[in-house]
Design a protein around this ligand. Structure first.
Ligand SMILES: NC(=O)C1=CN([C@@H]2O[C@H](COP(=O)(O)OP(=O)(O)OC[C@H]3O[C@@H](n4cnc5c(N)ncnc54)[C@H](O)[C@@H]3O)[C@@H](O)[C@H]2O)[C@@H](O)CC1
Ligand SMILES: Nc1ncnc2c1ncn2[C@@H]1O[C@H](COP(=O)(O)OP(=O)(O)O)[C@@H](O)[C@H]1O
Length: 318
C-alpha cells in the first residue's frame, strides 16, 4: 500500500499480490465464525434472483465467517439451494453488500428505507448497481462499485463532467471519491480504486473473459467478506480510507480467479513487488495477457476459483 499515491496528478500504481497478501486475514486457533466477520447481503430481487446467488457465492468463497442474506423468500430459496451455509434471518452483520441485482426503478419504499438505514450506520457498506442512487448523505464508510455505465450516471448526478482517456479515468475516480466521501472502485479491464483522500491504485490482474454477466455480483460479495473480516477485528471498526486497500485486494483476487477459470493464469500473475514495468524478476508483466488464449467462463466459475486466487496472493506474504 506504500506504493499507492495520494497525489491527484499521478497515475495510480498497480496493486500487487504482495499488497493483497498484506490485507488478507488468516484464521487462527482463537478464531470463530463471528470473529472472522459476518457479511450481510441485501442483494438480488425477484427480477434478478441470480445476482443474490452470485454475490453470496462471492462472499462465501472469499472467506466470510458467515454470510447472512436478507430478501424475498422466493429468492432465499434459490440462495439456500445453492448454499445451505447461508443464514437468512436478521442478526449481527459486520459489513453490508447492497444493490447487486436490484432495479432502483422497481424498489419498494420500505426497501429504500432499509438501504438508507444501512448507509446511516457505522458498518462498512459495498454499494453496487441498483443502490448507487441512495448514496447521497451516507455516513457509513462505503465503497461504490460502478461499471463504466453506472460511473457515468453517478458523475452526471453529482454534476461532474464525463471523463475521457486512461489518465482521465484515474483522475475522475479520485474526483468522484472525494465528491461522494467514499471509496470508488471503477470496474473494467483495469479496475481503478480511489479513496476520498486521493489515495488510488489500479488492478490489472484480470482478463477480458471476465466480461460476462454476473462477475460484478461475485466481486461485490467477495469485497463484502473482506470488509466484514476487517470490521470484525476490533471495536474501532473500519474507516473509509481502510476500505480502499480492501477493495483493491478483492478486485485483485477476483481478477486472478477469472484468469484461473479461463485457464490463463498459470504464468505471469504479477508477483511480489512487481508493477507492469518491473520486468520478469519482479514477476513481470502478464505473460499470457488479454490475447494469450484462455476460454469462456461463467460468473460461478470465477467464484469457484476465488480460494485458489486467495492462496496465490497469500503465498506472497513476507
Ligand atoms: N444473474 C443476474 O441476476 C444478474 C444481474 N445483474 C444485475 O442486473 C442489473 C442491471 O445491470 P446492467 O449492468 O445490465 O444494467 P444497467 O442498468 O447498469 O445498464 C447497462 C447500460 O449501461 C451501458 N454500459 C456502459 N458501460 C457499461 C459497462 N462497462 N458495463 C455494462 N453496461 C455498460 C450499457 O450499454 C447499458 O445500456 C444490476 O442490478 C445488476 O447487478 C447483472 O449483474 C447480470 C447478472
Ligand atoms: N474487458 C475486461 N477485461 C477485464 N475485466 C473485465 C472486462 N470487462 C469486465 N471486466 C470485469 O468483469 C466484472 C464485470 O462487472 P459488472 O460490469 O458489474 O458485471 P455484472 O453487472 O454483469 O455483474 C468486473 O469485475 C470487471 O472489472
Amino acid at each position: 500500500m506504500g506504493m499507492a499515491s495520494g497525489d491527484h496528478r499521478a497515475q495510480p500504481p498497480e496493486w500487487t499480490a504482495a499488497d493483497a497478501a498484506r490485507i488478507l486475514r488468516v484464521p487462527t486457533d482463537a478464531s470463530h465464525k463471528y470473529s472472522r466477520g459476518v457479511a450481510g447481503l441485501r442483494t438480488g430481487s425477484v427480477s434478478y434472483p441470480g445476482a443474490a446467488v452470485l454475490s453470496v457465492e462471492g462472499a462465501a468463497r472469499a472467506g466470510a465467517g458467515m454470510v447472512r442474506w436478507l430478501g424475498p423468500v422466493e429468492v432465499a430459496r434459490l440462495v439456500l439451494q445453492r448454499r445451505p451455509e447461508v443464514v437468512t434471518t436478521p442478526g449481527r452483520v459486520d459489513a453490508w453488500v447492497i444493490g447487486s441485482g436490484t432495479d432502483p426503478g422497481n424498489r419498494e419504499p420500505g426497501e429504500t428505507l432499509r438501504l438508507r438505514e444501512i448507509l446511516a450506520g457505522s458498518h462498512p457498506v459495498v454499494v453496487d448497481a441498483g443502490a448507487l442512487d441512495v448514496l447521497d448523505g451516507a455516513s457509513a464508510p462505503f465503497v461504490a462499485t460502478p461499471h463504466a455505465g453506472e460511473f457515468a450516471r453517478l458523475r452526471e448526478r453529482l454534476g461532474l463532467p464525463q471523463a475521457s482517456g486512461e489518465a482521465g479515468a484515474a483522475a475522475a475516480v479520485r474526483e468522484t471519491a472525494a465528491a461522494l466521501g467514499g471509496v470508488v472502485l471503477l470496474k473494467g479491464s483495469e479496475t481503478i480504486v480511489a479513496a476520498p483522500s486521493g489515495w488510488a491504485t489500479v488492478v490489472r490482474s484480470g482478463t477480458p473473459w471476465l466480461a460476462t454477466a454476473g462477475t460484478g455480483d461475485v466481486l461485490a460479495g467477495a469485497l463484502g467478506a473482506l470488509a466484514a473480516a476487517a470490521a470484525a477485528e476490533g471495536p474501532a471498526g473500519v474507516g473509509v480510507e481502510q476500505l480502499a486497500p480492501l477493495a483493491a485486494t478483492a478486485a485483485w483476487v477476483h481478477g486472478v480467479a477469472g484468469r484461473l477459470a479461463a485457464g490463463i493464469a498459470a504464468t505471469g500473475i504479477p508477483a511480489a513487488g512487481s508493477s507492469a514495468a518491473a520486468g520478469p524478476a519482479g514477476g513481470g508483466p502478464v505473460a499470457a495477457g488479454p490475447t494469450g488464449g484462455g476460454r469462456p467462463i461463467t460468473a460461478l466459475d470465477v467464484a469457484e476459483r476465488l480460494p485458489e486466487a486467495w492462496a496465490i496472493a497469500f503465498a506472497e506474504r513476507a
